[in-house]
Design a protein around this ligand. Structure first.
Ligand code: FES
Length: 624
């Protein structure tokens, strides 16, 4: 059988002739961005043939043999009868082409102090009486007697298998761990000195974050993050739902996300010398689709009218059922969802805001990713909706778009006189593409300096060398082929600009609609909490200039980091927060924008820079 070798990861896999290169890469654990999920429409899965020949299909649908040096789409190319090697360009690879790295995050300031912890599982130390011939009591009977009212009502088989040995050791002193269903999941010899751990997990569409926590005092032992390997099956939720409909598609997606989570768990337990068997509970937050994919539930009804998921509230499970590599009897609790597009990540994220702490001022919570999720409210009400921002801010649907990784342009300065730009890249290396914050920065600069008009058209009839006009299309060049990390220029077309404008219009129109629903003006918002990875790098002034965020004083904006992970931590360690989350989820009113007659009007009005109603953006000055 022929083999295919992937560079720069230098990984070789043997496959049958005819295997498509994207599938081969997935099997080999090599990352190739595939925002459209392998449909041949996004053009992002480009690879260069390094040696041998692969069988490819041209844009016009003609099959051809692609020899060494040819750039082909991995999803439209197949392995022939002989060995071949391909090179994955830099913009696809954050970690040398293999999903192995971790991008640490530092915004975990919320903790629960030692005196206030009430973790998901309860630990009790007790002394079990010796067995006596006369009383006829079993080991289980004597354990339950010792625990009195706190006795377990059920037990895992593993815990029962070690019960006899454990109660006879340490002079009958044992520590029993029970989940919230009063099920004994572990028993250990000795008092309560044995350290036990829990995990808070956030499953994002792009990133997975896992936090290891000491259950005794709430101390955060460590955090690992990694890319959600499902990216190789599609960048956004809709592509993944489509992928799940393929034969074994659901299994692939489940395995990908479990690989990423379990890799983070392995790194944490190895780094901190913790036995996975001592991890006894998990609080998990993810959007509705991610939760379905993790559990192997069919996700297709989430995207088909009437948009009904299998469930909003996942019952507690044990780790063995879910596939997490920890104590198989550990309790896994899922954050409740509110709708198909407002999931547990949002009900978790809210826990770190004043909206759920009795504040009467009206605030907005917004999580910007491939979907924008919003919650508006105060201590009296919570209204929520989701809008499809599309993958533009994550690098999809934009020809030179990429995720926030080394080589991504993240900030731009444009010279008003010449129209030329000065780019700052992540990692201070040559530009390979542009990430979401870079797009916002570039467009805001072009608008401010007058090189881009309110309709998203670049200035023509100019000798500015950064603007290339080709027939009816115009492009803004951030870096020429010679200046970029590859030999191709990094440039943004007007079609790309249109896609970014659509994404920002989707978010702003959702904000406008929610405020209109409750009868307030946008300037009445007392605070805007921005969550999610994209928000971290967002320049508020630039976002207002484009009409992405409301034009209110900057000191009312607050970036709250990975709020979903923070919420998962809080619900791992506090019964009060668990009850609060259930209450808040119940009082959230979900608005389906697709059924709202006013949404399209709001959306169309927001398809300008900043907006057709300039009065909504008084601080945004017209260029001179
Ligand atoms: Fe290949 Fe989109 S074109 S994944």
């Amino acid at each position: 059988m022929p083999s295919i070798q992937f560079f720069p990861a230098n990984i070789t896999i043997t496959c049958g002739p005819g295997t498509d290169l994207l599938d081969a890469a997935r099997k080999a654990g090599v990352a190739i961005d595939a925002p459209c999920g392998g449909n041949g429409t996004c053009g992002k899965c480009r690879v260069r043939v390094r040696s041998g020949t692969v069988k490819s299909i041209s844009v016009g649908g003609m099959p051809f043999d692609a020899p060494e040096g040819t750039v082909v789409l991995a999803c439209r190319s197949r392995l022939g009868d002989n060995d071949a090697a391909v090179e994955i360009p830099k913009q696809h690879t954050d970690t040398g082409g293999k999903f192995a790295g971790s991008c640490e995050q530092a915004d975990q300031a919320v903790t629960i102090g030692p005196g206030h912890v009430s973790p998901l599982v309860e630990t009790r130390a007790t002394r079990v009486a010796r067995p006596e011939k006369e009383d006829g009591l079993s080991d289980w009977d004597r354990l339950c007697n010792a625990l009195g009212d706190a006795a377990p009502e059920d037990a895992s088989l593993e815990a029962l298998q070690v019960l006899a040995r454990t109660v006879r050791g340490s002079d009958g002193n044992v520590t029993v761990t029970m989940d919230d269903r009063k099920r004994m999941i572990a028993i250990a010899s000795g008092g309560s000195g044995h350290t036990q751990y829990g995990l808070a997990i956030d499953i994002g569409t792009t990133t997975i974050a896992v936090m290891l926590v000491s259950l005794a005092d709430g101390e955060i032992i460590g955090v690992k993050t990694d890319y959600n390997e499902q990216i190789s099956c599609g960048l956004d939720i809709i592509s993944r739902i489509n992928y799940a409909r393929r034969e074994h598609g659901g299994d692939d997606l489940r395995n990908h996300v479990l690989n990423a989570i379990n890799r983070c768990i392995r790194q944490l337990t190895t780094d901190h010398g913790v036995s996975p068997d001592d991890i006894l509970c998990v609080s998990l937050a993810g959007n509705t689709t991610m939760t379905h994919l993790l559990l192997g539930l069919p996700p297709e009804h989430i995207r088909l009218s009437p948009y009904t998921p299998t469930l909003h509230r996942v019952p507690p499970m044990n780790a063995g059922e879910t596939g997490l590599d920890i104590n198989r009897n550990a309790l896994v609790r899922f954050a409740p969802a509110v709708g198909s597009y407002v999931g547990g990540d949002i009900t978790s994220g809210l826990l770190g805001t004043e909206m759920v702490s009795g504040d009467e001022q009206i605030q907005l919570f917004i999580d910007i990713g491939t979907n924008g999720e919003l919650v508006l409210g105060n201590s009296d009400f919570l209204m929520t909706c989701a809008c499809s921002a599309g993958p533009a801010f994550e690098g999809g649907g934009v020809s030179c778009g990429m995720r926030a990784a080394d080589g991504a342009v993240e900030a731009v300065k444009v010279d008003p006189a010449t129209g030329l730009c000065d780019c700052t890249t992540i990692g201070a290396v040559k530009p390979a593409g542009i990430c979401g914050s870079g797009m916002i920065s570039l467009l805001a600069e072009l608008v401010r300096t007058g090189w881009l008009d309110a309709g998203g058209k670049l200035r023509r009839n100019t000798d500015c060398s950064a603007i290339r006009v080709d027939g009816r299309k115009a492009y803004y060049i951030l870096a020429s082929g010679a200046q970029s990390a590859s030999d191709s220029a990094v440039e943004l077309s007007e079609i790309d600009i249109e896609n970014i404008m659509r994404a920002k219009a989707a978010i702003f129109s959702a904000i406008a609609l929610l405020t209109r629903h409750i009868g307030i003006d946008i300037e009445d918002l007392a605070r805007v909490c921005i969550a999610g990875g994209f928000g971290r790098f967002l320049d508020i002034t630039d976002a207002i200039t484009l009409g992405l965020l409301p034009d209110i004083p900057e000191d009312r904006f607050r970036y709250i980091g990975n709020a979903s992970l923070t919420g998962a931590y809080l619900t791992l360690m506090s019964q009060t927060k668990r009850e609060l989350q259930q209450r808040e989820a119940r009082r959230m009113t979900y608005i389906d924008l697709s059924n709202d007659p006013g949404y399209m009007d709001q959306y169309s009005a927001a398809l300008f820079l900043p907006h057709t109603d300039a009065g909504l953006f008084p601080s945004v000055k017209k260029p001179q």
